[in-house]
Design a protein around this ligand. Sequence first.
Ligand code: NAP
Length: 299
Amino acid sequence: MTDIAFIGLGIMGSPMAVHLANAGHAVAGYNRTPDKTGPLVEAGGRAADSVADAVKDADVVCVMVPDSPDVVDVLTGEDGVFAHAQPGALVIDFSSIRPDVTADLASQARDKGFRYLDAPVSGGEAGAKNAALSIMVGGEGDDFQAARPVFDAVGKTVVHVGPSGSGQTVKAANQLIVAANIQALAEAVVFLEAYGVDTKAALEVLGGGLAGSKVLDQKKENMLARSFEPGFRIELHHKDLGIVTAAAREAGVVIPLGSLVAQLMASAQAVGDGGLDHSGLLRGVERLSGRPSTSDKEN
Ligand code: NAP
């Protein structure tokens, strides 16, 4: 049994913390909005009333917050992890943030005597609820081995991909692939509907062939029902596509499809769809096609 602090009990963090408590670890969870600690407490965890309170006895500190400034704040702020955690604690950042910010935070952590892994995840809310996440881990090999019991409690495919920041780079690539897939699926749905075919039947047969994908499996119902409750919010995917386009530019790599889908995601954010699930990219295809009525009625 390990003493674990878990900071950020949102859509992803809450079920992950619950799995850790169910695996027998002593989990102290902190969330800015306190009522989100409910599921963790029901699973036998403890609701901490501050980051300092959560991390004070922790061997492992898990973080799952939205964006780079949030992780910087949680780790380096006056009331943050670096100021209050025990020497030698292993910090695991599950959030998806900028690789350069991660490399800087890892270096600060090492200077202060902490161990640090970046461990962004893929698999969506369903993957978090089913403990079936893919976890792409950057950092030292020994720290990766030490973190294995934590990863195995929340994930299914767990791979050490290289030094600090590498996990975030792999996650950026993941988000490029997922966004392009969702956009292609959304375009196919609007196209099929325009021809009046049975779209449910069409997606069933497409799912069994080379066009099949996890995106199609997990997002087809949202699109057919125009039900875009998140899941994974467009505003978060917009953040991730900003990371991948900036990192590609920095590396001198050209990602035309990534740039296009980043613009489409930016448009969805700009018209007020940022709080919807990223399958809501469908609404952008409908708008571009002059067929906005179906989902605009719902949302
Ligand atoms: P979320 O539901 O918005 O949860 C984020 C949590 O972080 C909330 O509990 C929030 O507290 C807390 N938080 C936000 N800003 C904070 C700050 N400055 N200081 C302290 N706490 C803060 O987001 P999520 O969907 O779980 O996503 C978390 C991370 O996982 C993101 O980096 C996202 O890109 C990544 N991710 C998400 C998915 C997905 O399907 N949702 C999949 C893979 C990866 P409040 O409750 O007070 O707002």
